[in-house]
Design a protein around this ligand. Structure first.
Ligand SMILES: [Zn+2]
Length: 246
């Protein structure tokens, strides 16, 4: 199938650029030779934005999803958009305000997994409220404590970066994987690690999402709620802003 260069993997801060149409699927989804639009996966929603045609007309993109394989990135136009031609060059622009919030929230989820080193059973990143579910029978932590420790990591201004390791390296270090149910994709020979701190001193874990480059960019966050989800699960909700006093 069509191969798309995933520009967001090397540069999460790329907001716009040119790309060529290499396919239109039977549902009107647009495939490009390269894109900075992130496709929904790993708990992070795909990007929205717009394509600008040579004549200046605009195609609104309502969602970005994966296709038949995880490598296939499908840009889904909003209703009643005119589709581009095969081979046409488009100027792409993601909805950066939304994406940057998702990058901040996604990075906050990694920080939470540092503070709560328990197996992760689920996670969902959203603009206003993100959640991480842990296999944790006894929630002996409070939202006040966890919020304070999250802000210590944010204020520590730690670098966030990616590096690639081989599947054999991951095999030799199974502790890197924090998700209980989701295994990193195999078969390509290499795994993308997201690392926090100098020399990855704070954390490293396999992840294909987009993150900020420094924990300081996460900004003010807090734990809004710790909910009980079944006998062995606790759901932590991360929100922007400081912990409300009550
Ligand atoms: Zn991540």
């Amino acid at each position: 199938m069509a191969q798309t260069e995933a520009l967001f993997r090397d540069d999460a801060y790329m907001r716009e650029g040119a790309a060529r149409v290499i396919g239109i699927n039977d549902r009107g989804g647009i495939l490009l030779d390269r894109t900075m639009f992130y496709a929904t996966s790993g708990g992070q929603p795909g990007d929205t934005g717009r394509f600008i045609r040579e004549d200046g007309s605009i195609i609104q993109i309502a969602a970005t999803v994966t296709g038949e394989t995880n490598d296939e990135i499908v840009h889904v136009p909003a209703a009643e958009q005119v589709l581009p031609e095969m081979g046409e060059t488009l100027q792409l622009a993601i909805d950066w305000e939304r994406r940057f919030k998702l990058m901040r929230m996604h990075t906050a989820c990694h920080l939470l997994s540092v503070i709560c080193p328990f197996p992760i059973t689920g996670a969902s990143v959203n603009e206003a409220d993100s959640r991480v579910d842990f296999d944790l029978p006894d929630a002996s932590v409070t939202k006040e404590e966890v919020s304070a420790r999250l802000m210590d990591l944010v204020n520590g201004e730690h670098p966030v970066f990616t590096r690639w390791i081989s599947e054999e390296d991951l095999e030799a270090n199974p502790n890197l994987v924090k998700s209980k149910n989701v295994r990193p994709p195999r078969g390509t020979g290499r795994i993308r690690l997201v690392c926090i701190g100098n020399e990855a001193s704070i954390d490293s874990q396999p992840c294909g999402g987009t993150h900020v480059a420094n924990t300081a960019e996460v900004g003010e966050i807090h734990i809004g709620k710790i909910e009980k989800k079944g006998r062995e699960n606790r759901r932590f909700r991360i929100r922007f802003g400081s912990l409300p006093a009550n």
